[in-house]
Design a protein around this ligand. Sequence first.
Ligand code: COA
Ligand code: AMP
Length: 635
Amino acid sequence: MTNAYDEAYRRALEDPEGYWGDVAEDVRWIKKWDKVLDDSNKPFYRWFSGAEVNTCFNAVDRHVEEGRADQLALIYDSPVTGTVRKYTYRELLDEVSLFAGVLKANGVTKGDRVIVYMPMVPEAAIAMLACARIGAIHSVVFGGFAANELAVRIDDAKPKAIVSASCGIEIGRVIEYMPLLNGAIELASHKPDHCIILARPEAEAELTPGRDLDWAEAMQAAQPADCVPVLATDPLYILYTSGTTGEPKGVIRDNGGHLVALKWSMKNIYGVDPGDVYWAASDVGWVVGHSYIVYAPLFHGCTTILYEGKPVGTPDAGAFWRVISDHKVKVLFTAPTAFRAIKREDPDGTLMKDYDLSHFKYLFLAGERTDPDTLHWAEEKIRVPVIDHWWQTETGWSIAANCIGLHAFPVKPGSPTKAVPGWDVQILGPDCEPVKDDEIGAICIKLPLPPSSLPTLWNADDRFREAYLEEYPGYYKTADAGYRDDDGYLYIMARTDDIINVAGHRLSTGGMEEVLSNHQDVAECAVIGVADSLKGQLPLGFLVLKAGVKKDHAEIISDVVSMVREQIGPVAAFKTAAVVDRLPKTRSGKILRGTMQKIADNEDFKMPATIDDPVILDEIKGALEGIGYAGSRKS
Ligand code: COA
Ligand code: AMP
């Protein structure tokens, strides 16, 4: 017997234009499309070509017009500053229109880029929406990245303006942003005309005359700006994500497809209705924050929570329960690592008992695979469905999920359930043909991708083709490996590239290797991701020193740890490295990172047939044991 999910899945694949054309009726368009799916320039597909729309109007203005003016749009809850601030849709509209006026007054117009380098404050969301309002393209950079990473993004996006703040707040320390911002602008070849800086009481911002403006003063002087029509196919934002080198990829999101798919996802995937309170405990610097702190809940007329805190330590492992109870949250979306952190500090869930969780209906997890232990613990303690779902920065919304608004399937631990309507997921073998059920392969999506997925990379069509489309012709390569069982459930097991997942954050080991190899004493290096019970994975470095280097190894390791922190950022969580005489390689010179990772994680491994010198593996094992990692079994 078919259900609403089966019917939607079938129709979205058999008749994508009909399906998404119908779904798109839920959006307020300025001008309707000429074509729902424009495939005139394959493999670059465009959704809703010819249509005109404004994303900010659909997130804010329409709700004021349609009777939600006095409903809360956004609740800022910040245990690190002891603040709760609430915005109705009308108040949000006022703030966003004024800040759009600030941008306009400073020369930002349609198509210009604006970098937003901000902590988790409502002004970050206001800046994003203000850009959307005037057709400017925002690029939010996560606050945990260092000046160098920001500089790389400035040079790629070439922003006319940067919006930032005097500081961010981590547990027990204030992160001053101005030295990072100034450092990045100095490093970058492109210079923004203006920086608009939000002064926070925790740190003073020394403004650069002529370049910098104070947020509050600029707002006082501003005139509100109206929504500007943009093409559905125009970029709404660029979000940089780790690629296989130190060069991040600028994922583009368009206006129209994004609006249609994200609005649809709120009811059909998350089961929420307009007026419900929805909380994505992530950061606006990540795709989860873009899609589910800012855009989707607002498109759907929900109340969204912007939380400046952690699952533990702000002040304790009851923080999430406090927020759910205080604001009557219906759906919480976070990363499994957050639940592992809570479980570690409060294994019996004692702190939960202090709070009224009666409004809490579903927990959604993503960013990394939900391990069965965490799933069972969460299910048992919170007694609401716990739903793993799988997606990527590139897709902007989930590829696989238990779409509870359509049909709630039984949960299978370790699986994000089934492909979401619109996603033709295929597991391919090396011959580019689908493999059998239960067989591991490369997880690919048959083109065209559904609305909201990346149309291309910013100024890098060739890299887009090369990175995603070339290896499996006719498909988008997710770079995840996994399998499908005979009930159609997907299992996402590992990355096929050098990306590792640290506390739900996507990081490139190649990028870290580039930093390590810049150390004057390092001849060669490798970085792998090793299993970690809290963060899922942690990076671990191996250094081969140049001949004749006599320095203390601890000193060199401490240097490279600082270099990664300074050049990539604290979020890389790179804290451990070992000095070795040689790296294991194939006869053609390829470093055997996968084998090293298996040794570190104490997993079985096969001796690679092409290994140059098997003895090196014993040396690696010895080095790993020296820094507390167990050796592994050879077969
Ligand atoms: N600005 C500056 N520094 C930041 C930062 C930011 N926005 N975010 C993190 N950092 C720093 C942290 O302070 C930490 O620094 P440290 O090495 O001095 O301790 C480092 O970057 C690593 O951060 P993180 O990996 O987040 O580790 P943590 O120990 O601070 O917290 C968790 C661990 C699990 C509690 C935390 O990762 C978490 O809450 N995750 C929730 C899930 C999430 O946000 N996922 C994102 C995608 S959905
Ligand atoms: P990001 O682009 O930062 O969202 O990271 C995307 C990557 O994180 C994916 O390609 C996966 O490797 C991993 N990932 C995200 N969600 C899941 C999930 N639910 N299960 C398994 N892996 C996931």
